[in-house]
Design a protein around this ligand. Structure first.
Ligand code: PLZ
Length: 446
């Protein structure tokens, strides 16, 4: 039997069993016996259909989605344009390998990325499968261009789980512990984190980072500075105004490639097509993935033509990079974002969320900070009257929300941040209902 998901699914929260229900529990038992335990499952409801703002599970429960599969289904699950583009492509051909016998879709995605990413300079793009793979390739490209080796990333950074990106990621557990040796020539600089650095202004925070880089690495050795314009896994940390532009300026003056990792922030998520735009920052290279293809695996590096063309012919690639089905999906995703005005939709979601979360904070002193942009919002939970992280409370609130049919995710170096990443296709009534459930959960969880 074919189960139809997508935007026509009833847009309602519907709980007909406890969460997870018996069918999901039975599949979870098979998961435990068949899948390596290293792969965790945050909320083991087994999904059979999804679309708009809901996930429907194998027991028939319909949950409100405030996660978008970690910021991936930005245009909504099984969005109409994506389904039809993918269906057409599957029927035409599924794979040839772009490095062997190429096809137009790859070129069209590159043209689209060159058009929509920040800056009107001459650009080139290259396609891969995962965010981590694209980050690794951005580093390869920057090294080839500068003929230097060192890479600087930041406190609380997340860039992936492969060997190089694991070294670039800040947090030890669960990402790095026991998996060394890690890649060399990766250095870490301090971030701008307004809630935790006493409100240091952005320029001062950037100077502090630059001082660490100059004294501990040296611009003469530094190929690339890689940063998420809003940190994702690290806690949805929005740096103070001026932090990013000051770093860009220093990079330009020192022949260091400025790489924006927009894997989580990209494609309308933050109320701009890319988060760099909020600060008028034009990165040398921009790394994209997640929201790019509506759930099909695709990632990219886009940037200045002279940097992108530094690696020799044949130096970049991979069997599946820019797979034709993923490319068809990506073209439909960008078309959907532009046609449906989803950048504005993300701003409207921010406005609604900010209002509701601010009201919640006024009655609950365990919410230390509210932050984020667009449909990428979060609250940081602390012991009242302090900035001490309360990871245990965060876990309990997330679990209570899950039990009520609201999918929320946690993040943060200290595990004390609740994050909200609804698909931009979520209808207003469900957005409000999700926030009602969240408020109720805060009231009931002590
Ligand atoms: N850069 C900024 O957010 C992926 C990771 C989930 P991949 N974030 C979700 C997990 O626990 O594995 C991410 C990101 C940023 C890079 C990546 C890596 O993207 O597609 O997961 O490789």
């Amino acid at each position: 039997m074919t189960v139809i998901g997508g935007p026509s699914l009833p847009q309602e929260r519907r709980l007909i069993t406890s969460i997870p229900g018996p069918v999901s529990q039975a599949i979870q038992a098979r998961k435990v016996a068949a899948v390596a335990q290293g792969v965790g499952t945050m909320l083991p409801v087994y999904v059979v259909a999804a679309g708009g703002g809901v996930l429907v599970d194998a027991d028939g429960n319909s949950l409100i989605d405030f996660g978008s599969g970690i910021a991936v289904s930005t245009v909504g699950n099984s969005a109409t344009g994506v389904v039809s583009a993918v269906t057409d492509q599957v029927q035409a051909f599924t794979h040839t390998c772009f490095m062997i016998t190429p096809y137009d879709g790859y070129v069209a995605v590159a043209e689209t990325l060159n058009r929509i990413t920040p800056g009107d300079h001459d650009k080139r793009s290259v396609l891969f499968n995962s965010g981590a793979e694209a980050v690794e390739n951005a580093v390869k490209i920057a090294r080839a261009f500068t003929r230097k080796q060192a890479v600087v990333t930041f406190d609380h950074a997340y860039h992936g789980r492969t060997n190089l990106t694991m070294a670039m990621t800040a947090k030890n557990m669960p990402y790095k512990s026991g998996f060394g040796p890690l890649a060399p020539e990766v250095y870490r600089a301090p971030l701008s984190y307004p809630f935790r650095d006493g409100g240091l202004d952005g320029v001062t925070a950037a100077r502090r980072a630059i001082d660490v880089i100059e004294t501990q690495v040296g611009a003469a050795n530094l190929a690339a500075l890689v940063i998420e314009p809003i940190q994702g896994e690290g806690g949805f940390i929005v740096p103070a105004d001026g932090f990013l532009p000051t770093l860009v300026e220093w990079c330009r003056a020192n022949n260091v490639v400025f790489v924006a990792d927009e894997v989580q922030t990209g494609f309308a998520r933050t109320g701009a097509m890319f988060a760099c735009e909020h600060e008028g920052v034009v990165p040398d290279l921009i790394v994209t993935a997640k929201g790019i293809a509506g759930g099909l695996p695709l990632s990219a590096v886009t940037g200045r033509a002279e940097i992108m063309d530094a690696p020799h012919v044949g130096g970049l690639g991979g069997t599946y990079g820019g797979n034709p089905i993923a490319c068809a999906a990506a073209l439909a995703v960008v078309e959907t974002i532009e046609r449906e005005g989803l950048v504005d939709r993300a701003r409207a979601i921010e406005e609604t969320m900010l209002k509701r979360l601010t009201a919640l904070q006024a009655e609950d002193n365990r919410i230390g900070d509210i932050r984020g942009r667009g449909a990428m919002m979060a609250v940081e939970l602390v012991v009242p009257g302090t900035t001490d992280p309360d990871a245990d409370l965060t876990k309990r609130i997330a679990a209570a929300a899950h039990a009520q049919g609201l999918v929320v995710l946690t993040c943060g170096t200290h595990g004390n941040v609740l994050r909200f990443l609804p698909p931009l296709s979520i209808p207003d009534n469900l957005l409000h209902e999700g926030l009602d459930v969240l408020s109720q959960t805060f009231r009931e969880t002590r």
